[in-house]
Write a protein that binds this ligand. Structure first.
Ligand code: M7G
Length: 234
């Protein structure tokens, strides 16, 4: 241990933890696409304000041409991968979902709990596709997902942050459940949409997410940002 600074009751030290405390959890993506590499590189970010029209004209064609493969999601739904990690399943083809630990969570402590609920129904790409028809699915995810987490991990609904990303990285509807005290990546106001709010907004207006302006950040060399620039939208 070496001391860098000491001032009154405050000290700053450099420590070299012993090997058993020095474990690093790693995720390996092999083969990684160019898009994967970009996702993990630091870059400047810029806000986009996407109208319903922009979504149809710019974002949707982009998603259809070059989004990440969602094979890993289908593997989970078809029990070809991670079947032993499933925490809860509602097998209804329209309103059901599978709840399991996100691969970012090592499952060792609930302080950074992170699970995802994946819709059984295919073809719901993101928040933009949601209408009042999806309320039963969203309510099931909220109620049954929360109950399953209480039962398995002892955290109550008021200790959880339950949200959807817009834009997501993977265009198959899924909901994030994280411990409220955990600053998980992607909980920023320009990306996370609380499930409580999503449900209320759809109850008020079935076309809410089809029509409203959605604001989010894009990284400097993301192709979608380029599409918005070419369309003179930013
Ligand atoms: P997202 O909002 O589409 O994108 O969330 P993000 O990754 O930019 O947040 C997808 C979520 O699924 C993320 O929280 C990922 O950590 C998680 N995830 C991604 N993959 C490829 C897997 C996987 O293979 N298994 C599990 N359990 N979780 C994954």
């Amino acid at each position: 241990m070496t001391r860098q600074l000491k001032n009154d009751i405050y000290g700053v030290y450099h420590l070299s933890p012993p090997a058993e405390l020095n474990d690093i959890k790693t995720t390996v993506i092999r083969p990684a696409t160019e898009k994967h590499i970009k996702k993990y590189l630091h870059q400047e970010v810029y806000l986009i304000q996407e109208s319903g029209e922009d979504y149809k004209n710019i974002t949707l064609p982009f998603i259809e041409s070059q989004s990440f493969s969602i094979q890993w999601v289908y593997n989970i739904l078809e029990k070809k991968a991670e079947a032993d990690r499933i925490v809860y399943e509602n097998s209804d083809p329209d309103n059901g979902f599978i709840l399991l630990p996100d691969f970012k969570w090592n499952q060792k402590q609930v302080e950074d709990l992170y699970l995802i609920a994946i819709s059984q129904k295919k073809g719901i790409k993101s928040l933009r596709d949601l209408t009042a028809d999806h309320l039963p699915l969203l309510r099931n995810i909220l109620k049954e997902g929360t109950e399953a987490i209480l039962k398995r991990y002892g955290l109550r609904g008021n200790q959880l942050r339950i949200y959807l990303h817009y834009q997501p990285s993977y265009y198959h509807l899924h909901v994030h459940f994280t411990a409220l005290g955990h600053d998980a990546p992607g909980i920023t106001v320009e990306r996370a949409h609380l499930l409580y709010d999503v449900i209320q907004n759809l109850e008020m207006d079935s076309r809410y997410y089809e029509t409203r302006m959605l604001t989010y950040a894009l990284r400097e060399d993301e192709a979608l940002l380029k599409s918005f620039k070419e369309a003179g939208k930013c």
